[in-house]
Structures are given as structure tokens and as C-alpha cells.
Design a protein around this ligand. Structure first.
Ligand code: TEU
Length: 560
């Protein structure tokens, strides 16, 4: 009856609730604030809303540290507010996807409180406890992703627990069957309410190598890299297949796994429908190209040729086998227009170019709040104006390694997660219209120029351009199903590709530079000579031998 592949034709919009819209003036966004803005999202044309965690939480990692999976964080509202949100989303013919954080909980979760009490607690085994190596040495040398050792000593029972993220985010032990059953039960609780799927936080970290071997200590690093022993770990496919069998398969939903360190080979296994695991995953590979040695703070300029080849690999490997998700932004990444575009002279134009480049590929596109109006990175002068736990831990660690304050601040300006977390800019009034109170994090001072109100008033705005791109996806099948072929492979400034469909083929040309660039491939020039323009960020595309700065244009060729 229903088409179970609806997510292939959908565009997802991610909401970071803390920073979206504050309806009650306490400085923190909330659920009723989301409800108030649903008509705005409907106008944009998106199909699915993914909301970052709204569960009860002490908020050391803005809700990715969950205290109670079945309750709502009080500053975000109540369960009634949530039920209303779901109803209002469905009333507008949109869908709602929730964040599922089950690699770890908060240390304030009742399971952990019980688990740490004594070694015989029925919940002991819900977490990962090990003896130290003696002399105050933890069970192994793994570093936590948020800095320091991944193990925390607990005096009460004289053992260490594993936390891949913050000390207050103990890792769950998926080896334990009771734990897995409890997780599935909790998932059914939300699905039975009628939600439309899950975005699964670091879901490829849940299976750990039970030997817990030491990791390699790379140069300039204080701790070992446990990655090889928990990224795409030994039982991961078994767990996901079990989860699919027990829960996912019983509902008409979409699932996306956040998977740092997943290759295209892994992605094929995770997303091939025959394997009954997930619909799609978030790759990190294209987000890791502008840094050195796998350290996101160690900056390196983007090499466009590398980016193109990376997309080519994902587009071609998964075609006809699995499914891609497409994103430039989320709550962990800096703003794309500041990162790969130009957030000054060519802000609007480069934001549109980046949108074309991504949205014309095969996969399900994700838009992160504010991306649709071209929100930019922020530069707070004072460290204490920042809020993110990752950033403060990193600051200490880099300082010890001898980095100067200036070098660290520049890394924060380029890569800090708070770039994405400043409040949504609704208008040019106080606090960008986000709150009537004091915002939990300062607004980006550029809100006077960059805001939703201004965008809605201008026909040529980035907002309406995204709206058009979303419509196009509905109208043109080639976007969903066409084959990807990279063009101008070694050109360092132009990202060009074909999408080859049965009836129609698209040629997508994107200039990633602020220069005029001549297209040197004469065959390509003649192919597009008289082709109609599907969408472009330029008013005219008369000179088809050249791209203007940050120009994006899509041509349509009909098969004969
Ligand atoms: O992020 C997973 C993850 O690996 C992050 O460490 C990411 O690589 C990092 O933010 C980049 O510096 C997820 C969530 O998206 C993130 O917000 C959480 O903090 C993290 O899991 C722990 O739940």
C-alpha cells in the first residue's frame, strides 16, 4: 500500500532544539518553539524533520548524554508538547525522525546509577567495567574522543568504566542481551507513538573488541587510538540485524546511522536492503579532508580534487546497492559557506553553489538549520563565550602540547562545533528574534544582515533557491535515480558531474573559486551549447565556455 522507500525522495531538515526557537523566554529553544515554526519549514518544502535529542539530560553534551530515554528535558517542554509536535508535523504532511543515542547514556541514567553501586548489581553489566593494570593505570591506553583517557576510575567498586566521549557519557555494553532488549523496548515506545524513524548516534561504535587491546599512539598524541577495536566492531552487523528484526522492520520508517570511520565497503553492508540493517549512513570522509593526521583541529586547506574523488567514490560504489545521505552541515560541523564557500563577497552566490553541488547528487539530502539562509561561522573573542565541552577539553590538551592561544582560537574559528550552534537567526531584532530572554549562547553578530525575515522578503534569496532545489527533486526522477559520472576530473576549481537518467541527463557545473574559469573540455562545451538550464545561481548563462566566480549551473540533455 504505502511506498516504503519514501526516504529516497525526501529532503530532511535537522533541528538543534536548543538553538532553534525559544517560545517562553528562558533563553533556550524548546518544542513549542519548533511547533511555531512548522509553517516556515513547510514553506521551504522539506519532507522530514530530524530533531537532535530532546530527552531528559543533564546537558553536558547538549542532550547527547541521556538521563531518561522516555522523558523530555524540562527546558524543552513536556511529553504533551512532544505529542503536539508530532501531531502538527503529521498534519502538515511532514515526518519526524528522532535522535537515538545508544552507544552511551548519561552517568545520571538510572542504569548507570545502579550499575556503579556494586559488582553484583543486575545493571553492572549494562556498562563496560574493567580492572586497572595496577599503579593507577587504566585497563588500556585508549583516549576519549573528547580528550583524556577513555577510562574513568570509580572508587566505590575499584574498577574503571569506559567512556569514548565525556566522563559523564559511560558506554553501554551491547554484549549484554538484557541491555539490548531494553533498548529495543525503548525504541518501540517512540515508534508506537508514531515517529517516522531514527538518526542513530555513532551507531557503528556499539560493538567493542572484548580483548580491549592497546591502540597505536600516534606522534604528538598522549593516548592510544582505540578506533580499530570499536569502529565497525566485531558484532556490529549482528546487532544491527537483530535491531532490524526486533524493531525496525515492523514499522514504515527511515533510519540513518551516524558512522565515523565507515568506508564505502562498510556502507554497502550497512545499507544494502538485503542485509536488513539501515537505510543509509552519514559518512565522515568528505568532512575530514581539510585537516591533517586525522586531527580535525590541525587545519589544512581543502583540495577540491580530493573532495570530488571522494564524492565520486561514494556516489558510484553505493549506486544500485545501498543509499547515500548527503550533507554539508550538522550540529558538529562548521558552517559550509564559511568552510568551502566565501562568507563575505560571495556569501549568497557560493551558498547556492554549494547547495546545487550537493543536492544534485544521488542520496537523501540533509539541510541543517540556518543553512537555508546562509548562516556563517562565528568568532567569539573570549573563550568563555563558547559552550561546547569538546572545545574546552581540546583547548587544555593543545595547550599542553605547546599550541599558542592564537593557534587554538583559529582552530576553534574554523572547526568549533559552536559555529553551528549559535541561535537561529529569525529577524534583525534583539537576539535575532530567537529569544526574548538571554540566549544560552550568543547570537552571531551578522544576524542584522543574515536572517529568515530578510530571506523571505527577497525573491533571489538562498531560502527560495533551496525551495526550488527541493521542488526539482520532486519533479525530476534523474536526481533520485540517475547514474553519477564525474567530469573535469583533475580541474582544481570546478566540480562537474553528470547524472545520467533514462530519459534525461543532467550536467552539473560548480565553480568553487572566486575566479572566472574557462571550461577547457570542448566536447563538454558543445554538449551544453544549446541545452536548457534547469537551475543556476547566475541570471544568464550566455557564455557557456566560462563559469563566473562561484557559479553553479545545471543543464538538461534529453536522450534521443
Ligand atoms: O558525534 C559523533 C562523533 O564522533 C563526534 O565526536 C564528532 O566526530 C565530533 O563532534 C567532531 O568533532 C555524535 C554527535 O553528533 C555529537 O554531537 C555528540 O557529541 C557525540 O556523538 C557523542 O554523543
Amino acid at each position: 500500500k504505502t511506498n516504503r522507500d519514501w526516504w529516497k525522495k525526501s529532503v530532511v531538515y535537522q533541528i538543534y532544539p536548543k538553538s532553534f526557537y525559544d517560545s517562553n523566554g528562558d533563553g533556550v529553544g524548546d518544542i513549542l518553539g519548533i511547533v511555531e515554526k512548522l509553517d516556515y519549514l513547510k514553506k521551504l518544502g522539506i519532507d522530514v524533520i530530524w530533531v537532535s535529542p530532546i530527552y531528559d539530560s543533564p546537558q553536558v553534551d547538549n542532550g547527547y548524554d541521556i538521563r531518561n530515554y522516555k522523558a523530555i528535558f524540562h527546558q524543552y517542554g513536556t511529553m504533551d508538547d512532544f505529542d503536539l509536535l508530532l501531531k502538527e508535523v503529521h498534519k502538515r504532511d511532514m515526518k519526524l525522525v528522532m535522535d537515538l543515542v545508544v552507544n552511551h547514556t548519561s552517568d545520571e541514567h538510572i542504569w548507570f546509577i545502579e550499575s556503579r553501586k556494586n559488582k553484583n548489581s543486575p545493571y553492572r553489566d549494562y556498562y563496560i567495567w574493567r580492572d586497572g593494570k595496577g599503579d593507577g593505570m587504566p585497563p588500556n591506553n585508549w583516549g576519549s574522543i573528547f580528550g583524556g583517557s577513555a577510562w574513568k576510575y570509580d572508587e566505590k567498586t575499584e574498577q574503571y568504566y569506559l567512556h569514548l566521549f565525556a566522563v559523564k557519557q559511560p558506554d553501554l555494553n551491547w554484549e549484554n542481551e538484557e541491555l539490548r532488549k531494553d533498548i529495543y523496548k525503548m525504541m518501540r515506545f517512540w515508534l508506537d507513538k508514531g515517529i517516522d524513524g531514527f538518526r542513530m548516534d555513532v551507531i557503528n561504535f556499539i560493538s567493542k573488541n572484548q580483548q580491549f587491546p592497546d591502540g597505536e599512539i600516534r606522534e604528538g598524541q598522549a593516548f592510544g587510538d582505540g578506533g580499530p577495536y570499536f569502529v565497525n566492531g566485531p558484532r556490529i552487523h549482528e546487532y544491527l540485524q537483530e535491531m532490524n528484526r526486533e524493531v525496525l522492520s515492523k514499522y514504515d520508517i527511515m533510519t540513518v546511522g551516524e558512522m565515523p570511520g565507515a568506508s564505502t565497503e562498510d556502507a554497502k553492508k550497512y545499507t544494502n536492503p538485503q542485509n536488513n540493517e539501515l537505510n543509509m549512513i552519514f559518512t565522515f570522509e568528505h568532512m575530514n579532508l581539510d585537516c591533517k593526521n586525522g586531527d580535525k583541529w590541525d587545519l589544512k586547506p581543502l583540495d577540491l580534487v580530493e573532495l570530488k574523488k571522494n564524492f565520486e567514490k561514494w556516489q558510484t560504489s553505493l549506486h544500485g546497492i545501498g543509499w547515500n545521505s548527503l550533507y554539508w552541515n550538522n550540529h558538529d560541523q562548521p558552517r559550509i559557506v564559511s568552510r568551502f564557500g566565501d562568507d563575505e563577497t560571495y556569501r549568497e552566490k557560493s551558498a547556492k553553489m554549494l547547495a546545487v553541488c550537493l543536492h544534485m547528487m544521488q542520496g537523501t539530502p540533509y539541510i541543517y538549520q540556518g543553512e537555508e539562509i546562509g548562516m556563517t561561522n562565528v568568532r567569539f573573542e573570549k573563550l568563555e563565550d563558547y559552550r561546547d565541552i569538546e572545545l574546552f577539553n581540546m583547548y587544555k590538551e593543545k595547550q599542553q602540547l605547546g599550541w599558542s592561544h592564537k593557534k587554538i582560537m583559529n582552530a576553534i574559528y574554523a572547526k568549533g562545533r559552536d559555529n553551528a550552534r549559535t541561535p537561529m537567526q529569525w529577524d534583525d531584532g534583539e537576539n535575532a528574534g530567537f529569544t526574548k530572554g538571554t540566549p544560552w549562547i550568543n547570537v552571531n553578530p551578522r544576524y542584522k544582515e543574515i536572517n529568515v525575515k530578510a530571506a523571505l522578503e527577497h525573491k533571489e534569496s538562498i531560502f527560495y533557491f533551496y525551495q526550488r532545489l527541493i521542488q526539482l527533486r520532486k519533479e525530476k526522477d534523474v536526481i533520485t535515480s540517475g547514474k553519477f559520472e564525474l567530469l573535469l576530473r583533475d580541474n582544481p576549481k570546478i566540480f562537474a558531474y553528470k547524472r545520467i537518467g533514462e530519459k534525461e541527463t543532467f550536467i552539473v557545473l560548480c565553480n568553487f573559486s572566486n575566479e572566472h574559469i574557462t571550461i577547457e573540455d570542448l566536447e563538454l562545451v558543445s554538449e551544453i551549447k544549446n541545452a536548457p538550464v534547469v537551475i543556476s545561481n547566475e541570471k544568464t548563462n550566455n557564455n557557456r565556455k566560462e563559469l563566473t566566480p562561484y557559479e553553479a549551473v545545471v543543464y538538461s540533455l534529453m536522450s534521443k
